[in-house]
Design a binder for this molecule. Structure first.
Ligand code: HEM
Length: 453
């Protein structure tokens, strides 16, 4: 359906959306760089489902609410492009084309090439190895230790992604990946950091090492003589490069090999950090999850099919994705004019689709500020309402790793909670979420840890 009461191609006599004015000169810059999601939810209530904002010299039109998500899901491809938002970052990797920066047929072709490597199956067949990565790191934790949560989780997730998608351990390169991605994304994608940071020697070195990591992983997989049971993402990329007319150039191959860290490292590590916090603040939910987790490991290493029955763990993961959606919004350019909810969007407008605003609307999720792990199970199934739940985005670029991410979060949290006991440094501790560039806990998130087994 192209035109309906919510959106239309016809912009005749339609006004521009209302403007949220903000501060003189700065506009809404401060709200956007601290916790943009709170700002989008507040503006949705104050102004409506479409509004304009300013951030210093930049201008955006924001679409928010379940109907904005339905619009992106149903007809987004006709009106929206992600190229402008990602092209500087792609160039930094020496290419014009990243999966996330492509539109139209080329995007669909690239998605087909990568989808098996990014699928849920990538982790389903590797439970023992995924758990072993965690055990290797928890073995170094001492009882009574004060643990800085985010770097610890980043190390775990980075190693898992390397092992699952590339059969190559990033080990010492993990710090380079974190430095490179944080700086490059904050400067070139969200544009909240100044561009001189790209000239820092520490950044340039991290970038060079990240490219070296990609080359090493590709070389290791290319040199492999024996056949693997199930090709991983790098195998699929190499198979493409060996065709008479490969889809990807060598630079695109290297950029695609960095893709899993670009997409999965911060997102999964931050989600696990928020989930730990939310469970520690909600002891009843923690008790239910802990009971399930201990049963899971009762007879040795868990099997994939056992995760299906873990309703408390699954509910806690879903509720964390709802309340702490690390990728709270997506950014696009309008490639054709359209009307949304009576207001005009001109071609060339920079758009923010605040996909996760409905997570905080009581008509979809009653008492949205309460961490309630039973929302997702029948008969409630609150997330199944059209356009209401979008932690993995919407439309053609919907997260390709969403199944993998869900299992990775559940298995990582189950293993951590089985092996370690965490406690907040103070029961009154409140986590502070900031955009960095995904929604992250501020760096100073520490927990006390005791070994359980
Ligand atoms: C909690 C974890 C995660 C969240 C919240 C998340 C969220 C998202 C979102 C919102 C998008 C769409 C971005 C846009 O439209 O601009 C996206 C895209 C993507 N994600 Fe995830 N993601 C997560 C984990 C992962 C993991 C673990 C992987 C794989 C290792 C992954 C792979 C991808 C890929 C390849 C895309 C690009 C899809 C495309 O452009 O067609 N994600 N993700």
């Amino acid at each position: 359906m192209l035109d309906n009461a919510i959106w239309s191609r016809d912009i005749t006599n339609k006004p521009l959306p209302p403007l949220v004015t903000g501060l003189p000169f700065l506009g809404s810059s401060l709200e956007l760089s601290s916790n943009s999601l709170n700002f989008f939810v507040k503006s949705y209530h104050d102004v409506g489902e479409i509004f304009r904002i300013r951030a210093a010299h930049r201008r955006f039109t924001v679409l928010a609410g379940s109907e904005a998500n339905q619009f992106v899901n149903q007809t987004g491809a006709d009106f929206l492009s992600s190229k402008d938002f990602w092209q500087d970052f792609a160039k930094e990797l020496g290419t014009e084309e990243l999966l996330i920066s492509l539109d139209g047929d080329r995007h669909q072709q690239m998605r087909r090439l990568l989808q098996s490597g990014y699928s849920r199956n990538a982790i389903i067949h590797a439970f023992p190895e995924t758990i072993q990565v965690i055990t290797n790191l928890t073995d170094r934790v001492e009882s009574g230790q004060r643990l800085q949560v985010l770097p610890f989780l980043q190390q775990i997730i980075c190693e898992q992604l390397g092992m699952l998608l590339a059969d190559y351990s990033p080990s010492d390169y993990c710090a380079d990946l974190v430095k490179f991605l944080k700086t490059a994304l904050n400067v070139m994608v969200t544009k909240q950091w100044p561009s001189f940071l790209l000239y820092q020697p520490s950044y340039r070195r991290a970038k060079q090492r990240v490219i070296e990591l990609a080359r090493l992983a590709i070389a290791k997989n290319r040199d492999r003589t024996s056949q693997r049971d199930r090709p991983n993402l790098i195998d699929d990329l190499i198979a493409d490069s060996q065709k008479a007319q490969p889809m990807l150039s060598e630079a695109e191959l290297i950029a695609a090999a960095i893709g899993p860290y670009l997409a999965g490292l911060d997102t999964v590590a931050n989600t696990c950090a928020f989930m730990l916090y939310a469970l520690l603040k909600n002891p009843e939910a923690m008790a239910k999850v802990q009971q399930e987790v201990d049963l899971l490991f009762q007879n040795g290493l868990p099997k994939a099919e056992q995760l299906r029955g873990m309703s408390a763990l699954h509910g806690a993961a879903m509720e964390t994705l709802r309340m702490y959606p690390v990728a709270a919004a997506i950014q696009r350019t309008a490639i054709a004019p359209f009307t949304f909810k009576g207001f005009r969007v001109d071609r060339g407008t920079t758009l923010i689709i605040a996909t996760t605003v409905p997570h905080f609307l009581p008509q979809f999720f009653p008492n949205p500020e309460v961490f309630d792990i039973d929302r997702f199970h029948p008969p409630r199934s609150e997330h199944k309402q059209n356009g209401a739940f979008a932690p993995f985005g919407a439309g053609t670029h919907l997260c390709l790793g969403n199944g993998l991410a869900e299992v990775q979060i559940m298995l990582t949290m189950a293993t951590l909670l089985h092996q370690l006991e965490f406690s907040l440094e103070s029961p009154n501790y409140q986590i502070q979420a900031i955009n960095n560039p995904t929604l992250s806990p501020r760096n100073r998130f520490y927990l006390q840890v005791q070994r359980r087994k």
